[in-house]
Design a protein. Structure first.
Length: 364
């Protein structure tokens, strides 16, 4: 069975009126109108990362995370390399501990090695976070330890609070900075049921995305102590991240902090409710169960190719868009997709979601 083409997917999606994951698509005109209506629109344009809107954003995020300072970047790949390069330079070491399924390890085309010149040290098993024992077994003198929280690829898995504190305790004892890849830290906070600042306190530096769960146009913030953040600033220029004007990204991020961040607990509860309602539905399995943030995996007893074709069938017949893609599952003739709860998901009743997922299963 052939995979749907991008054009086929785009055409089917354009005909849909309901969207299961995250946010419904917006037209360019709708986006401009929403930005123009922002209460932050009067802050004025920035110029090469300087301006009142960027200052406000950096201060708000640093305060939320309980850190001395924050620094805006247009991309997380730049922010994280900047943080790790500062940690490495301060300790004259190059090895960085990371998980083999982390974004740093898989999704950045080896940038950590090819651009930053750092040595990735992959620790732990693919299906769960690494442990203190894994760290203690590392042979290299580490410049930093990175923890992706939640760890997206193995199912948006968080770390038990005691385990996270244990990692932080090992890093402090060994004098190794801990860097938190918190691209989805906003989303996992309700599962911890602790203030963001308390979670971020385990780490020396924290990166948070402003577009993934929050829904801003783009960008991120790196937060930490003032000395580290000041040292990271030149790397923003060196990596081409000092944009002439970033105002649209900044305004949408500020709006997201106002409107989307307060809804993260609702998104998490809805994710748990969807997962619970799928218990006992033949041919559909949730992981992790219950979810540990607003996102989780859904596994179907059919091949990825069949699921991707079934997705188009359901989109055309029911005018609902359920998943963007499926990939091969761990078992033969199984496929995995992701549900990410956001405003679009909240517009559905739970029984409507379950009925749509069952229709998808049957179509495959």
């Amino acid at each position: 069975m052939t995979e749907p083409t991008p054009d086929e997917k785009a055409t089917a999606r354009a005909g849909c009126t309901h969207f299961l994951c995250a946010r419904a698509p917006m037209t360019g005109a709708d986006f401009i109108a929403a930005m123009a209506a922002s209460r932050h629109i009067g802050l004025g344009l920035d110029h090469y990362s300087n301006g009142p809107a960027i200052d406000l954003l950096e201060t708000r995020v640093a305060t939320l995370l309980g850190k001395e300072a924050g620094l805006w970047f247009p991309k997380g790949i730049i922010a994280q390399q900047a943080a790790l390069l500062v940690h490495a330079g301060q300790r004259n070491r190059r090895a960085v501990a990371l998980h083999p399924q982390s974004h740093l390890a898989i999704d950045e085309k080896d940038a950590i090695a090819r651009l930053a010149g750092l040595t990735p040290v992959r620790l732990g098993r693919t299906e769960r976070h690494f442990t203190v024992a894994d760290l203690a077994g590392a042979r290299e003198n580490l410049a930093a330890v990175t923890v992706e929280l939640p760890l997206r690829r193995p199912g948006y898995q968080a770390l038990a609070w005691n385990d996270l504190q244990a990692l932080a305790g090992w890093a402090r004892q060994e004098g190794v900075p801990l860097h938190l890849d918190g691209a989805r830290l906003w989303e996992v906070q309700p599962w911890y049921d602790r203030p963001l600042a308390e979670i971020a306190a385990v780490a020396d530096t924290v990166y948070v995305s402003l577009y993934k769960g929050l829904g801003g146009l783009g960008g991120c913030v790196l937060a930490g102590d003032r000395t580290t953040i000041d040292a990271a600033k030149p790397w923003r220029v060196r990596y081409g991240g000092d944009l002439p004007v970033a105002f649209p990204m900044i305004v949408t991020a500020l709006d997201a902090l106002d409107t989307t961040l307060p809804r993260m607990a609702d998104y998490y509860r809805r994710a748990c409710a969807i997962a619970a309602a799928l218990h006992g539905v033949a041919g559909i399995t949730v992981f992790p169960d219950p979810p540990q943030c607003n996102a989780f995996q859904v596994h179907f007893a059919a091949s990825a190719a069949r699921m991707n074709q079934a997705m188009l069938t359901v989109a055309r017949e029911r005018r609902c868009w359920l998943f963007g893609w499926f990939e091969q599952g761990l078992l033969p003739d199984s496929a995995m997709g992701e549900i990410v709860v956001g405003d679009a998901t909240m517009a559905w009743e739970i029984d409507e979601i379950i009925a749509a997922l069952i229709a998808l299963r049957d179509a495959a």
